[in-house]
Design a protein around this ligand. Structure first.
Ligand code: IDP
Length: 823
C-alpha cells in the first residue's frame, strides 16, 4: 500500500526514469566487470550477504578510499556506500565529499567559482553513517557504510545495532517498520542517517540518554547520478518516522556562508551546542547537480583525541610511556588531574581502554579547570612560548635523534607495504630493511644493517614479524651490542603495533591476512602461496598467529619502546590508513626532524607503488657485524689557489729549484680539492686507543654536527656532507715537504670546534696531519705523504728530500675551515 507523505516528492519525468534505469543496469555491469578483474585488490570489492531476516542476497560495492580523489583513476560511480540487488540500487550513499581546502578543487576560491547556492549548512553529527531503504514486500534494509545483515566474521556489527535502534525508534512512535520500508521503496530513496550512541560506541562528542539515536541527514535517490532531497524535506520525513533532527541553516551566497563559518569557528558551537563541523550542501554551477563539502573544526577535537591517546598510553604503560603531541602542556596538566582517579580504579582503567568513559573523564577535567576546551587551548599558547624559550636555553632535548622502528605483527598484516609506502614518502629520512631479504642465518644482520642505514638517515624500519617477546628482546639486545656510535640517549625505539588484541580470537585477521597472502601468490621471498603452496602458506600464517604475544608496555622488553603506535588490520585495505597513522605519529613524536605532512596525492602515490612492490629474491643485505661509519674525517681547504700561492711564494723566497713541484705543475697534477685528514676509519684497527678515538669522532663530530646539516645545502665534491654550518678547525702551515713522488704540507691542528662554536676536545687521529698537494702519477697514492713525513720527522731523513719551514705568522694560520666526513 503506497504511503501518503506529508510533502510533495521531488518529481521525475518518465524520460528521466527510463534513463536512470538504463544507467543503473550499465553501472552494475561495470561494477561486476571491475570486481572480476582483480577480486581482492582491484578498483572495487564486491561483498554479498543476506538482508537481515530474509533469504534475499544483497551486494555491497566498495572502492579503495584513495581512488575517489585520484586524478588517474575514473570510477564508475563516486557513491560512498552502494548496495544493489539484481539490477536495482537498494541503497546509495552521498558522493564522496571533502573538507574545504583539502584539495585544490575544494579550495575556497574554487568552491566560490564552481558552486551555486543556496548553501545549506547542516550540523555534522559524530557517529557512524547508516543507509536505510525498503523492499517491495515491506522489508526494511539497514546498512552501515559497506555491510548489512547478520555476520559472524566481525566483532561489532554497526548495521545490526543501527537496525535495532531504528526498530525501537519506530515502536516508540507507534509506527510499523513496514511503513518506513514501503515509503522508501515507493519513493526509490535511501534515508541516510548518523547512528550516535555512546552505549554502543563512543566517538568524540557525547551522545547519551536523550541525545543517543539516529540523526537523519539525507534522502538520496537510488540512481547512479547523485541526487538528494532538500534539507527541509529531509526534516519533514525525519519527523514523520521519529528520527532525530539534523539542524541546518540556509545561506543564499557563498560569501554569507564563509562569513558565518569564520565567525563560528572561534566558538566551535552551533546554537550553543558543541559540534565537530558542518556539511554544506549546494549545487555544481556547470550542471546544477547536488554537491557537498565539509567544514570541520580542528579544535578542540584535536585536543580531545590527544587527551584520549595519552590516557590510554598512561593506563597501558605508566608515565614513562606517555608521548605528547601538539597539546603537550594541557595533556600533562590533565594527566596530573586524572592520575589519582585512575590509581585505585581498575574498572575505570579497563573501561577506558574499551572506549567507555572517555568523554566523562574529559568533562570532569574541564569542569575542575572551570574552562571549556577552547579556553584551555587559548591559555596553552602563552605556556608554549615559555617552552620555546626554555628550549632555546637548551632545556629539553633539541638534538637530532635516531629512530629504530620495530614492527610487531603476523604475516600479511601489511608490514612491508606500510614500510615501503613510508620510505617512498620520506626517501631521505626513512630507510627500510626487510628480514626476508637477509641471507640465512640472519643472526644479528638485521640490526647491523639497520645501524648502517641510521648512519645516513634518522629513521629505519626493521621489517620483521617480531611476534614474540623473545624476538623483541633480541632486537634490543642486538642494538645494545652492536651500536658503537649513536649515543644511547639519542636512539629511540618506536613500535608499530599491528595487532592490539589477541589475534588468536580475531577471525577478521585470519580472513584478511590469509586472503592477502593467497592473492600475493609467489611474490614473496620465502612464502609461496600459489598453486599447491596454499596449505603450507596457511600453516605458516597460522603458526605465527598461534604463537603471537601481544605488545605489553608494562613489561620488558616492550617497556623499552619509547613510543607504541597502534595500528589496525581490520579491513583488507587497512595499510593505507596505517601509513597515515604512522606519519602523524612521527610528525609529533620525532619533532626534531620537522617532517611535513604529505598531501593526499603524495600518500596515494607512495601507497600505490608500495602495493606494486615485488621482491627480488637476490636482494641480499651484506652486513658484517658493526655499522659502517664514514671512511674518514677531514678538514677542507676551501681556497686551493690561495694555498698554492703561499707555496710558490715560499719556494721563490729560497731561490731553490723544487723539481717535483714543477713537474706536478707542468703535468697538471696539482690537486684542486685539498684537505687534511684528521682520522681514518682504518686507524681504529691499530689499537684500542685509536678505536676509542674514532668512536669519539663519530659521536661528537658526526652525530652532534654533521648529521644535522640540511641535505640541500651545497656539497663539496667527493664528500656527501655540505659546507655551511659544519663543525670547523683551525690549522697552521708548518713545513713544505717533497721527494721525487709527491709534495705535501705538514700542518698542525690548532683546534676543532662544533658548529655552535664549542670546542671539540679531541686530538687528531693522524700522527702527521698534512695536505697533499699532488703526486706525480696515479699509481702513487696521497697516503704516501704519511711515509714521507714519518721519514722526515722520525728519522730525520734528507736523502732526495726537500723541506722548507713556513714562517710562524698569522698569514699561515688558517681558521674556521669546515670539517667533513668522506665515504
Ligand atoms: P607483511 O609484510 O606483513 O607480510 P605485506 O607483504 O605488506 O604483509 O602484505 C601482504 C599482501 O597484501 C601484499 O601482496 C600486499 O600488496 C597486500 N596488501 C597489504 N596491505 C594492503 C592494503 O591495504 N590494501 C590492499 N592490499 C594490501
Amino acid at each position: 500500500m503506497p504511503v501518503k507523505l506529508p510533502f510533495e516528492s521531488v518529481k521525475i519525468s518518465p524520460d528521466e526514469k527510463l534513463q536512470d534505469k538504463q544507467d543503473t543496469i550499465e553501472l552494475i555491469a561495470q561494477l561486476e566487470d571491475l570486481a572480476k578483474r582483480h577480486p581482492k585488490k582491484g578498483a572495487v570489492r564486491k561483498f554479498t550477504n543476506l538482508i537481515a531476516d530474509t533469504n534475499t542476497p544483497i551486494n555491497s560495492w566498495k572502492f579503495n578510499e584513495w581512488d575517489y580523489a585520484s586524478k588517474k583513476v575514473s570510477l564508475p560511480t563516486y557513491a560512498r556506500g552502494l548496495f544493489t540487488k539484481g539490477n536495482e540500487i537498494i541503497c546509495r550513499g552521498y558522493n564522496k565529499f571533502y573538507n574545504v581546502n583539502e584539495f585544490l578543487e575544494v579550495s575556497e576560491d574554487q568552491l566560490k567559482k564552481n558552486t551555486t547556492g543556496p548553501y545549506t549548512l547542516t550540523v555534522k553529527s559524530n557517529g557512524c553513517i547508516v543507509f536505510i531503504s525498503g523492499l517491495e514486500d515491506g522489508t526494511l534494509v539497514v546498512c552501515s557504510k559497506h555491510s548489512t545483515g547478520v555476520r559472524d566474521d566481525i566483532q561489532k556489527n554497526h548495521a545490526m545495532a543501527a537496525q535495532r535502534a531504528l526498530e525501537s525508534q519506530l515502536i516508540g512512535i507507534g509506527q510499523g517498520k513496514e511503513r518506513l520500508a514501503s515509503a522508501l521503496y515507493e519513493l526509490k530513496l535511501t534515508a541516510v542517517a548518523e547512528f550516535c550512541d555512546d552505549s554502543f560506541e563512543e566517538h568524540v562528542l557525547e551522545y547519551k540518554n536523550d541525545r543517543a539515536g539516529l540523526y537523519l541527514h539525507g534522502l538520496n535517490f537510488n540512481t547512479p547520478r547523485f541526487r538528494t532531497y532538500p534539507m527541509k524535506k529531509v526534516n519533514e520525513f525525519g519527523q514523520m518516522f521519529g528520527f532525530k533532527e539534523t539542524k541546518s541553516r540556509r545561506f543564499e551566497t557563498f560569501e554569507e556562508l564563509i562569513k558565518y563559518l569564520s565567525n563560528v569557528a572561534n566558538e566551535g558551537t552551533f546554537e550553543g551546542e558543541e559540534v565537530e563541523g558542518f556539511v554544506v550542501r549546494c549545487y555544481r554551477t556547470e550542471n546544477h547537480e547536488d554537491f557537498f563539502f565539509k567544514y570541520k573544526f580542528e579544535e578542540p577535537y584535536l585536543l580531545y583525541r590527544e587527551l584520549r591517546e595519552v590516557t590510554k598510553q598512561f593506563i597501558r604503560g605508566g608515565p614513562q610511556n606517555v608521548h605528547f603531541g601538539k597539546h603537550k602542556l594541557i595533556c600533562m596538566d590533565y594527566l596530573k588531574y586524572i592520575m589519582p582517579l585512575m590509581h585505585d580504579n581498575q574498572e575505570l582503567r579497563e573501561q577506558y581502554l574499551d572506549n567507555q568513559g572517555i568523554i566523562e573523564l574529559r568533562k570532569k577535567y574541564f569542569v575542575a579547570r572551570g574552562k571549556t576546551g577552547l579556553e584551555v587551548i587559548d591559555e596553552e599558547v602563552s605556556m608554549a612560548k615559555l617552552e620555546d624559550e626554555m628550549r632555546l636555553l637548551s632545556f629539553g632535548d633539541s638534538q637530532i635523534c635516531k629512530y629504530a622502528v620495530v614492527t610487531v605483527a603476523t604475516i600479511g598484516c601489511g608490514k612491508t607495504t606500510t614500510s615501503l609506502a613510508l620510505a617512498n614518502l620520506f626517501p631521505n629520512i626513512i630507510g627500510h630493511i626487510q628480514n626476508d631479504n637477509i641471507r640465512r642465518p640472519v643472526g644479528n644482520k638485521l640490526v647491523a644493517g639497520a645501524l648502517e642505514i641510521l648512519i645516513n638517515r634518522p629513521i629505519v624500519i626493521l621489517d620483521k614479524n617480531d611476534h614474540k617477546f623473545i624476538e623483541r628482546k633480541q632486537i634490543f639486545d642486538d642494538f645494545d651490542q652492536l651500536n658503537e656510535v649513536i649515543p644511547t640517549s639519542k636512539l629511540k625505539f618506536i613500535c608499530l603495533n599491528f595487532l592490539r588484541n589477541r589475534p588468536q580470537e580475531d577471525k577478521d585477521l585470519w580472513n584478511i591476512t590469509r586472503e592477502r597472502i593467497l592473492e600475493r601468490g609467489d611474490n614473496h621471498q620465502t612464502i609461496k602461496a600459489a598453486g599447491k603452496g596454499i596449505t603450507k602458506a596457511e600453516k605458516i600464517i597460522q603458526g605465527f598467529i598461534k604463537r603471537f604475544q601481544p605488545v605489553d608496555p608494562g613489561r620488558e622488553p616492550d617497556s623499552k619502546f619509547d613510543l607504541i603506535i597502534n595500528l589496525d588490520v581490520t579491513s583488507p585495505d587497512s595499510s593505507y590508513a596505517n601509513v597515515k597513522t604512522v606519519v602523524d605519529n612521527l610528525i609529533s613524536f620525532a619533532s626534531d626532524l620537522n617532517l611535513t605532512r604529505p598531501t593526499e596525492e603524495q600518500f596515494q602515490e607512495a601507497f600505490k607503488s608500495a602495493l606494486d612492490y615485488k621482491p627480488s629474491v637476490n636482494k641480499i643485505v651484506h652486513s658484517k657485524g658493526g655499522p659502517r661509519a664514514p671512511a674518514y674525517f677531514g678538514i677542507v681547504i676551501p681556497n686551493a689557489e690561495e694555498l698554492q700561492n703561499k707555496v710558490v711564494k715560499l719556494i721563490h723566497s729560497t731561490g731553490l729549484d723544487w723539481k717535483t713541484y714543477e713537474t706536478l705543475k707542468n703535468t697538471d697534477r696539482l690537486l684542486n680539492d685539498l684537505h687534511v685528514t684528521i682520522i681514518h676509519y682504518k686507524s681504529r684497527k691499530t689499537n684500542g686507543e685509536s678505536r676509542a678515538l674514532w668512536n669519539m669522532y663519530v659521536k661528537q663530530v658526526f652525530f652532534d654536527d654533521l648529521t644535522k646539516i640540511d641535505e640541500n645545502s651545497p656539497k663539496i665534491k667527493g664528500c656527501s656532507i655540505p659546507l655551511p654550518s659544519s663543525p670547523t678547525a683551525d690549522i697552521k702551515l708548518e713545513k713544505l715537504c717533497s721527494n721525487d713522488k709527491l709534495v705535501c704540507i705538514k700542518v698542525s691542528v690548532l683546534g676543532l670546534y662544533h658548529a655552535d662554536g664549542r670546542e671539540i676536545h679531541l686530538t687528531a687521529g693522524n700522527k702527521f696531519p698534512h695536505v697533499t698537494l699532488g703526486t706525480i702519477s696515479s699509481e702513487i697514492k696521497s697516503v704516501e705523504s704519511n711515509n714521507l713525513l714519518n721519514d722526515i720527522c722520525e728519522f730525520h731523513a734528507t736523502n732526495g728530500i726537500q723541506c722548507l719551514d713556513f714562517e710562524d705568522s698569522e698569514e699561515n694560520t688558517l681558521k674556521g675551515l669546515p670539517i667533513f666526513a668522506y665515504y
